[in-house]
Design a protein around this ligand. Sequence first.
Ligand code: LR7
Ligand code: MN
Length: 582
Amino acid sequence: MLSSHLYWFLYRRRNKFLILCIIIFCTLFYFHKNDTQQTSKTKDQSIKLKNIEHGKKIRVNRDTYSTPEPCQGCPGENGQGVQLTAEESVNLDAVMKKEFFNLRASEKISLWRSIPDTRDPLCKSVEYPPDLPTASVVIVFKNERWSPVLRTVYSVLNRSPKHLLKEVILVDDQSDIEEMGQRLDDYCEEHFGDLVRVLRAPVRFGLIKAKNYGAKNATGDVVIFLDAHCEANVGWLEPLLLRIKEKRSAILCPGIDMISDTNLGYGGTGDGSIGGFWWSLHFNWIPIPQRIRDAQKTRIEPYPSPTMAGGLLAAHREYFFEIGGYDDDMEVWGGENLEISFRVWMCGGSLEFVPCSRVGHIFRPGHPYNMTGAKGKGDVHGRNSMRLAEVWMDDYKRFYYMHRYDLKGKDFGDVEDRREIRKRLNCKSFKWFLENVYPEKFILDENVHAYGEVRNPSTSLCLDTLGKDEKGSIQLAVFSCQNGASANQFFSLTKTDQLRREDTCSLSTGRGSDSVGVALSQCEYSDKNQKWTHEKNGTIIHHPSKLCLDIEGLKNNDQINLKKCQPNKPSQQWLFEHYSTT
Ligand code: LR7
Ligand code: MN
């Protein structure tokens, strides 16, 4: 229309003045348009992605965090858990056994759903600079199902500013699930163009090598790993990128929210914890120590953590490889999270939790894939952990082998390349890590009077936890002494007079009577009920009660008692495996 009028005017040369006006008008219009583009990038940069099954058509707008069109009445909206009908629940057990989460509930939820904003309210007013580094999100998967994987992808696309998200890379680690084959390629191509790439592992890599593979193919400044059953929350990306912009050598974890494996409800978890570890080289959560809280200027700034859970992290891509990526010879699952944690700290970087970044994860009680590696003879976590202990833990690896006596002398492959990294980067010792990064960690044979197994010589029975989970309070028992082959029999008598294990302390479970049980529960330095001494006459006395550990009449698996002290009674005689000389 406009051009035909223009033509008409020009053709007729009716009025030079009019032409001049048009030129001026066009120039003004051009500059005005450029100006508005600068101030509101949103319009031009939004990308139209097609419908996402279930629910209404939604235009996926990657520029803003704006909540999408609500899928009114759809199951699971606002992060609600999903109730299945009786019909839908038929044989649900079999589904749960195979997938380890409620696939049917997941399939009822839109691939793009709203979830509650679980951030600290303070996070909402943080302003981020526009020139943050870009991110590649790498999601590896083995036998993961369509709906959680695509929901992960959509949450990332929808909740990341477009100019900061370089790409999403899906690495299929040889899944056996048909829908994740060609159908996934086609879907991604049709809906996301080159924004989401699917890479196929040529052989089964295991998640550790698969993550390396994904990161090697990434092109963003920052690489972010997510498990394939996550949901990124509002504003999750910017705080990670900002921190990496400030500190290239910081490896960052978002706060991890809980997505229920049974009904897919999305729940916040708060920020009460940092990552620790057991000497068995399993990850655990510990309460944030006061020293860390004190060092924070505001409660929403990133804070250091000794270790991480593993799956969800952001790192400067080049830095990630400079410090050695992941150990490519670790198989299938496990150990890489502690390995990278120790390594980043010891080699001059830091590991931090970023409270304003929140991502949900489906916690599953099992794995929908084979956990057997080619080399680990089935025990992939054991072998992977051996590799990390051998490279990073110096003499402290003894505590790992105390737990895994069976692995002593077993093959853990070649670790020369990994030791080379440690040399090249001039990394600090594991002792430095314990003293400076994780001073809360109890070291089983330091600052103790005695340690090791606690034997009654007349019966050759030893104090024993019987392998019970020490997360809760458990009764202390006795069992035939294993001569160091069982971590269940390892105790330390500390210089602060606690008779303790790695994380729990002994205390009496009653008062006054002449046969009182002994439990292991959370250590409290100020709790007098946790005070014990080992006397020269061989007894072990519980202080507040003045009663002695007594094994009279006990056999394997019986609970130990406290009785009135009688120093000459053989059932009250105890010997620790080692006595400290210092
Ligand atoms: O052989 C495999 N190949 C894979 O690609 C095995 C698994 N995988 C994929 C899998 O499909 C998934 O997407 O790897 C990802 C992680 O596997 P999960 O989800 O079965 O593992 P997890 O959640 O039980 O494991 C945690 O510990 C692992 C140890 O190796 C990894 O570090 C996981 O990434 C990690 N997950 C988290 O930390 C999520 C947050 C948990 C918390 C708190
Ligand atoms: Mn997971």
